[in-house]
Design a protein around this ligand. Structure first.
Ligand code: MN
Length: 332
């Protein structure tokens, strides 16, 4: 934990330690870091006797692979979230809008805590546990739990590990303290192989054929991103509706392995004229800055944005944004 975020962690811990009713929110299309954060806190608080619910605005159902994390059945539909929560906690949401239709609860809650690690987060909520140097939001949740004096049990540890291993691409972007945290979580009962295989390494057989087709259509633009290179592929609506986010969202991490491109982009069609684009960078291009120019956000090496239009129009605006972002020195 950095010194800057320490006082906020203490304030969050004090609020949560005395709370009797807590509503925890993940961002829309929740991932393992967002839901893992909410569920880790939720499980710990429920075990202390608090009334707890976890929710997210969309989609209707929880990602299939994250269901096993919800051992106490804390996830409820958004219409079950109180109109004026006593204590609201937003987990891994880079901006209030990432809470979707539940963002209004920030205004109606008696008190709110934001826990996040996105560099583009403008800051919101009464208590702001915001640390862009944290590899994952679960790292900050672990700090809050430690400040509350909550001992880790296996169920809480699994939620934290799920967020940590996915947000760091299998610990490739994890520092020493995150590796120490992983060791602590394994000691608390996490079985890494059993937890990670369904999360990151398991897809339906039919996905392999779709993956081959999508990768075959990938395009390398050597001159894009100021000559650093862009490789992009698109996932048509037919595939985004047929396959789980577990399949579709992993694509960009395959695409990014193209040596000739600094930036990888996957355009996922989610409506007739609507695309969610995932961006990855090898380090010299700040894709969060590029995504920010297009109404999105994220991290320097992993970001995204949503745009309306044809795929060619989205690509044209992406090329422009990448050309506008100055390249940076490679992080050592
Ligand atoms: Mn995260």
């Amino acid at each position: 934990m950095t010194a800057r975020v320490g006082p906020a962690v203490a304030r969050a811990a004090a609020l949560l330690a005395n709370a009797r009713d807590v509503t925890l929110l993940a961002h829309v299309n929740p991932d393992a870091d967002s839901l893992g954060s909410a569920l880790a806190l939720g499980i710990a608080l429920r075990r202390r006797g608090a009334a707890v619910r976890v929710s997210f605005a969309t989609p209707e159902r929880m990602p299939e692979t994250l269901v096993p994390l919800d051992v106490l059945g804390l996830v409820v539909a958004p219409d079950q979230v109180p109109a004026a929560p006593e204590l609201l906690v937003a987990c891994d949401a880079a901006d209030p809008s990432r809470l979707g239709s539940l963002a209004d609860r920030l205004g109606t809650a008696d008190a709110s805590i934001m826990i996040d690690h996105h560099a583009t987060n403008p800051g919101f909520g009464d208590v702001q546990v915001l640390d862009p140097t944290a590899e994952a939001t679960v790292v900050l949740v672990h700090d809050v739990l430690a400040a509350m004096g909550v001992p880790l049990d296996a169920a809480v540890a699994r939620c934290l590990y799920a967020g940590l291993v996915t947000d760091t691409s299998g610990f490739r972007r994890a520092g020493a303290s995150a590796h120490r945290l992983a060791a602590e979580l394994v000691t608390a009962g996490v079985d890494p192989e059993a937890l990670v295989r369904p999360l990151m390494d398991t897809h339906p057989y039919t996905w392999l054929a779709a993956l081959g087709r999508i990768l075959q259509s990938a395009v390398l633009e050597q001159g894009a991103a100021r000559g650093l290179g862009l490789v992009h592929a698109r996932v048509p609506l037919e595939d985004t509706t047929r396959f789980r986010t577990e399949e579709v969202d992993g694509l960009v991490d395959i695409l990014r392995t193209a040596a000739e491109a600094e930036v990888a982009a996957v355009l996922k069609q989610v409506g007739n004229q609507r695309w969610i684009t995932s961006l990855r960078s090898d380090g010299r291009v700040d894709v969060a800055a590029a995504a920010g120019l297009l109404g999105g956000g994220g991290h320097r090496a992993a970001a995204g944005f949503t745009a309306d239009g044809t795929a060619d129009e989205v690509l044209a605006s992406l090329r422009e944004a990448l050309a506008a972002v100055p390249p940076q020195a490679l992080a050592s």
